[in-house]
Structure formats: C-alpha cells, structure tokens
Design a protein around this ligand. Structure first.
Ligand SMILES: NC(=O)c1ccc[n+]([C@@H]2O[C@H](COP(=O)([O-])OP(=O)(O)OC[C@H]3O[C@@H](n4cnc5c(N)ncnc54)[C@H](OP(=O)(O)O)[C@@H]3O)[C@@H](O)[C@H]2O)c1
Length: 287
C-alpha cells in the first residue's frame, strides 16, 4: 500500500510524514512536493519523493500515479488555493487514487467563517469524485499564536477582537498525528472528523500564557476598528488588515467553537494540554 502526503515540506506535512514513518515502512510512503530538493532528507530515508505543483495540474496526475491513500494538504495561497485544491482533487481522480484525506476546516459545510468557503467547495469536489474520503476538519493551531506570545514576552498586552468567542485550539503535532492515523489505518472511509481541543476563550488561553511565563498579561478586548489600527501600528501590510479583522469576526461568531471528541478518539489519548504546548513555544522563543 502506498500512502502519499502533499505539502510534505510544509510544517504540518512534515509532521504527518514523521508520524507515518513511525508506523509505516518508508517504502510505502511517498510525498508530492513542489521542490524535491527540500525533501532530500526524506528521499535519503527511502521515501518516494515526487514533484507535484498544484499550479501545474499535469504534474499532479503523474505524482499521484499508483497511490492508494492520498492526503491533500490545503495550500496557504489564499488567492489561488481553491483552484489549486480542485486541481489536486481532479488529478487524484485521474490517477485512480483509492482514498483521499483532506485537511479541511471546522464545520466546513455550513460555516460562514471567511476561511471555510474554499474548504467547503473542496470537500464537495472530493465527494463528487466518488472516491472514499476523510475530511480532517482541523480547528485552530495553537502555533498560530506564536507571534502574539512573542509580543507578550516583549511586554505587549494581548489585543483581541474575538470577545467571548471560543477556539478549539490543538497543536499542529496532534493534527498531524491524527492525519497519519487516518492514512495508515482502516475504517475511515467517508468520514468527517471535527478535530479540535476543548474550546477556550481568549481570557482562558491568556491565563495559561500568564501561568507559563509568570507574568501578568492584560487582555484588551477591542472593536474591529481599533483592532485594525493596532494591526496597522505593528506593521501589518494594509492589504492584509481587512482579512485579519474578518478572521477576528469569524472567531468571535464561533467559527472555531467546536466541541468534539474526534481528535482524542483518533489519537487514542487526550490532546496535548495547552499548557504543555505553550510552554514549549515559550521555551523555543527564549532560546
Ligand atoms: N487550522 C489552522 O489553524 C491553520 C493555520 C494555518 C494554515 N492552515 C492550513 O493548513 C495548511 C497546512 O498548514 P502548515 O502549517 O503546514 O502550512 P505551511 O507550512 O505553509 O505548508 C503549506 C504547504 O503547502 C505547499 N504548497 C503551497 N503552494 C503549493 C503549490 N502550488 N503546489 C504544491 N504545494 C504547495 C507548501 O509547499 P512548500 O513546502 O514548497 O512551501 C507547503 O508544503 C495551510 O496550507 C493552510 O491551508 C491551517
């Protein structure tokens, strides 16, 4: 059985491959990457490294040839990713892939969250292929907050427009391990997993940062307008600011407030505690 991971030189993909290699011989693992040189360490370990660029659909048909179980990792190119992901789904069908797992977003089918639309359409395209699938609806990486944690360590307050919105934070490593379990395991055909940790408010999340760092951290709940000017003052590109504000609004409206046991069930253990992951982030920043 040949298992393939796309985006394997990215942060999530590389963790998925590492998790897979713990249970699966390297001969059975393949990756599709846009720069095979970046994956040289994997080819040295016996992983089948293939070139595949989501902007070159024909490269994907070749890359996916002979693959039984494929993980399509959503790309981060927000302007083009829908087209890219649809190209990957089509290529998977043309290459007769036997199973598609896809890193989606919370409640993708119904969510109004700005980030969900591309995922909803990609999920629909996957279903339409008739290929057995697993939608891995990843909630919010704890690691998304590294920049804000760094700012807190430099004495900044925690500025947020999320209000009472809760987020089902989990570590990128836990999402990766769950993906590897689905890829290498059985019984996941036509499944939708809402992968999330226990939802936290910003105050609850920041209390853990305060505990870990031994500092008092002020949470400043601001409106969208103030949030936009704070982002501008810290040097965010102006073109990005409406998008960042929309994300805050989506989180405030509960876009990531998902209660689900799917992640611990798949992992066969509790998700890594927020405190442990934040502790690791803080240690890495302080090194
Ligand atoms: N749930 C969350 O909180 C959250 C947060 C951030 C992102 N995401 C989503 O989850 C995905 C994985 O997260 P991540 O942290 O691993 O992001 P990442 O490190 O940016 O990885 C994205 C991967 O997509 C690959 N990629 C981009 N454009 C491509 C193209 N045209 N053809 C082929 N591959 C392409 C990149 O290839 P290279 O290695 O060559 O750059 C990279 O491997 C992101 O892309 C995004 O869709 C989710």
């Amino acid at each position: 059985m040949k298992i393939m991971v796309t985006g394997a030189t990215g942060q999530l993909g590389s963790l998925v491959v590492e998790a897979l290699l713990k249970s699966t011989p390297a001969d059975n693992v393949a990756v599709s990457v846009r720069d095979p040189q970046k994956a040289k360490a994997l080819s040295d370990r016996g992983v089948d490294v293939r070139f595949g660029d989501f902007n070159q659909p024909e490269s994907l048909v070749t890359a996916f040839a002979g693959i039984d179980r494929l993980l399509i990792i959503s790309t981060g190119d927000l302007e083009n990713r829908l087209q890219q992901q649809l190209a990957a789904v089509k290529a998977a069908q043309q290459a007769n892939v036997g199973f598609i797992a896809y890193t989606s977003a919370s409640n993708a089918a119904e969510s109004k969250f700005i980030l969900a639309n591309d995922h909803r359409i990609t999920e629909e395209a996957i279903r339409e292929t008739g290929i057995p699938y697993s939608m891995l609806r990843n909630n919010w990486y704890i690691e998304n907050e590294i920049g804000s944690i760094q700012a807190v360590l430099n004495g900044a307050p925690w500025v947020t427009a999320i209000g009472p919105g809760k987020i089902g934070y989990a570590s990128r490593g836990d999402f990766a391990e769950a993906a590897a379990i689905v890829l290498a395991g059985e019984g996941h055909d036509n499944t939708v997993y809402e992968l999330a940790g226990k939802p936290s408010t910003q105050e609850e999340f920041v209390a853990i940062i305060a505990d870990v760092t031994g500092r008092q951290v002020d949470v400043q709940q601001v409106n969208d307008e103030t949030y936009a000017s704070v982002m501008s003052n810290v040097g965010m590109p102006e073109a990005m600011i409406p998008f960042l504000v929309a994300i805050q609004g989506g989180l405030r409206d509960g876009g990531m407030d998902v209660e689900s046991e799917d992640l611990p069930k798949l992992l066969g253990r509790e998700t890594k505690p927020l405190k442990d992951v934040i502790q690791l982030i803080v240690s890495n920043i302080q090194q």
